[in-house]
Write a protein that binds this ligand. Sequence first.
Ligand SMILES: [Zn+2]
Length: 258
Amino acid sequence: MKPTFMSNKKRIFTIFFLIIGILAPVSIVYSSKSDAASSVTLSLSIGLPHDGALKNAEVLPAKGEGYRLMQTARERKARFGVSELISLIKWSTFKVHSKYQGAQMAVGDLSRRTGGEAEHHASHQNGRDVDFAFYVLNSAGQSVGISEMIPFDKNGYAIDPPMAYRFDVRRNWALVEALITSSKAQVQWIFVAEHLETLLLAHAAACGASKQTIWRAEQIMKQPSKSSHWDHFHVRIYCPANDKPECRDFGPKWGWLR
Ligand SMILES: [Zn+2]
């Protein structure tokens, strides 16, 4: 009986070590995969801005240091994007807020959680588009937060409500500069009305922005043919490198980004 007991014990040990031997490499592979996963971007932009989808989207919190998400974006659930876009929004608005105390950006629509057709927009479908209302000044010249987009004329005065606000060219230029020089994401377009682009570039030249930055801003800012964008910036970023080839860019790739 004794030898049988010993051999059973041996067998149990053998089985135990066999199981450990099988599981150990599996757990090493599993842990290295999860480590890798936590260090890379998981969000995925699919297709084109006007015909696309979004996977593992990141949500933009309702507020941050320097911005507030607009009520309309919350209601439409259009507050999702690729991680790179979310970082860019947080970073650029924080930068303006730090430079000019009190500046609060009203952030409009991004994309829906899984992308696809977006209410009120032809694009905004794959997590790479965001609307920013402008920074505005009240009639006393103070920076004030707004809850809806306000259109401005070529002199920088509010059209509706008339004359109540001024286009805050100083802060709006600071945002453009932050967006086009950021390493968080590569900006392809800032859609904005031509008459406001003129005000921004004139201010940039007057405040000593580098010729290179002004030239880049001139390429990136554009008034789309269909809509004038006199009440907001529409910012589009290129496909993040990790999202290719599922993600597809459309239009020019700026020479300095190649
Ligand atoms: Zn837009």
